[in-house]
Design a protein around this ligand. Structure first.
Ligand code: NDP
Length: 458
């Protein structure tokens, strides 16, 4: 399957990239999300490979697209009635050239090896962009926590960690949360790890509770970071968030703190959603109520609409992208915003799109946004705030100190500006000003490639 011709690729580079992608398709069958993520990166790399043929000689493309290690394991557990269930666990340690493998764990019924590989592959570049020393990895299970009791979730987490612990360590592999894995799950996972290794090794997991090794500002980091990245994109266009109408998808960790930060910066956020539908709230989302429904009651956005009263309307099965907005924050899951949605958003005058989730925008939709001149922040850059603060959590754990929320937020703000500027400057240097997709991919790729080259054939 030929990649669309890169704008400045020499025929030799073009051939290498096409052959590499064909080989990836052949050797990784049945993994469409992984193919999509790799294709999106390879399509943008021609200019850097043209300028730096030593990267082709060193077979960096082949090496960076092959995980260093892939672990698949059985996770048996018992529900509250005593019935036995068997799930599948995954950890893909994709690239460790820049530091310990780092990336979240996802518990969702749609998880399979291809999904974890797509997420792990993206994570390499994202982690490189933060400027911190963290490698790329990702893991999870097809376990569905929805409707499970705390005890069931605990038993599942204990069984999951009973196998995974032998592959982890503060200098080896450091997981965090993702979809379906929040503070509760990280607590159960850490407890089981501690019991198995007989060490209080805080730096082995991030996203821990504040009182026992977690970092202030970690729950907020991804959502806040996504808004901060958007503020930088808008600043270059002489705008800010004040008074902008905002749509957010999802209602989990990333979405809630996207709402919080966007509101703090003066935006009017009118939607949140879940996999059953969305709510549109004319008066603006009531953040305290949203947190109560989602974080305390573990409820649905339909419950929010019911409790909120007449200003909120619940739309079962609908998509937030049909609500007119200046700025859109896809913050739920992959491929949730397609080309039809992009057409609708563009018709309604959207100015900026920031990917809080990983790969939420389909390739066709990304192209439409870019052609329409919409400022588009790809997930690798826009949602890097979460892993950046995870890196800061590791630093605090290593030094046995705890920073204040204010200090973490100031660091996060500095890092998101640096990530933005790096993407912007790289896109310009490679002849595509304003193309944050190309800027993020090339900047991340160059940093990881240089580390791989320096470390010899690994
Ligand atoms: P949560 O589990 O807290 O929330 C996920 C939200 O997305 C829920 O509202 C959920 O709805 C919705 N959702 C999940 N899967 C689907 C689906 N298949 N179809 C429709 N809606 C779905 O996860 P997070 O907020 O942590 O993660 C959201 C996204 O952000 C993911 O793409 C994740 O990889 C990415 N991300 C997260 C980071 C973090 O720090 N947490 C860091 C960087 C990226 P429902 O309840 O109905 O399932």
């Amino acid at each position: 399957m030929p990649l669309p011709p890169g704008r400045s690729a020499s025929p030799a580079t073009e051939t290498v990239l096409n052959e590499a992608f064909d080989r990836i398709l052949r050797r990784n069958p049945g993994e469409p999300e992984f193919h999509q993520a790799v294709k999106e990166v390879l399509e943008t790399l021609a200019p850097v490979l043209d300028r730096r043929p030593e990267l082709l000689d060193a077979k960096i493309i082949e090496r960076i697209t092959e995980p260093e290690r892939q672990i698949i394991f059985r996770v048996p557990w018992q529900d509250d009635k005593g019935e036995i269930h068997v799930n599948r666990g995954f950890r893909v340690e994709f690239n460790g050239a820049l530091g310990p493998y780092k990336g979240g764990l996802r518990f969702h019924p749609t998880v399979n090896l291809g999904v974890i590989k797509f997420l792990g592959f993206e994570q390499i570049f994202k982690n490189a962009l933060t400027g911190l020393n963290i490698g790329g990895g990702k893991g999870g299970s097809d376990f569905d926590p929805r409707g499970r009791s705390d005890d069931e979730v605990m038993r599942f987490c204990q069984s999951f960690m009973t196998e995974l612990h032998r592959h982890l360590g503060e200098h080896t592999d450091v997981p965090a949360g993702d979809i379906g894995v929040g503070a509760r799950e990280i607590g159960y996972l850490f407890g089981q790890y501690r019991r198995l290794v007989n060490r209080w090794e805080a730096g082995v997991l991030t996203g821990k509770g504040i009182g026992w090794g977690g970092s202030a500002g970690r729950p907020e980091a991804t959502g806040y970071g996504s808004v901060l990245f958007t503020a930088e994109m808008l600043r270059l266009r002489g705008e800010d968030l004040e008074g902008q109408q905002v749509v957010v998808s999802g209602s989990g960790n990333v979405s809630i703190y996207t709402v919080e930060k966007a509101q703090a910066m003066g935006a009017n956020v009118v939607t949140v959603s879940d996999s059953d539908g969305y709510v549109v709230d004319e008066k603006g989302i009531d953040l305290a109520l949203l947190k109560e429904v989602k974080q305390v009651r573990r409820g649905r956005v339909g419950d929010y609409a019911e409790l909120r009263g007449p200003s909120a309307r619940y739309v079962p099965g609908g998509r937030v992208w049909e609500v007119p907005a200046d700025i859109a924050f896809p913050s739920a899951t992959e491929n949730e915003l397609n080309s039809d949605d992009a057409v609708t958003l563009i018709r309604n005058g959207v100015k900026a799109v920031s990917e809080g989730a990983n790969m939420p925008t389909t390739p066709d939709a990304v192209r439409l946004f870019q052609e329409a001149g919409v400022a588009f922040g790809p997930g690798k850059a826009a949602n890097a705030g979460g892993v950046a603060v995870s890196g800061l959590e590791m630093a605090q754990n290593a030094a046995r100190v705890s920073w204040t929320f204010e200090k973490v937020e100031a660091e996060l703000t500095r890092i998101m500006k640096a990530v933005h500027d790096k993407c912007h400057e790289t896109a310009e240097r490679y002849g595509s000003p304003g193309d944050y997709v190309k800027g993020a991919n090339i900047a991340g790729f160059e940093r990881v490639s240089d580390a791989i080259l320096a470390q010899g054939l690994t």
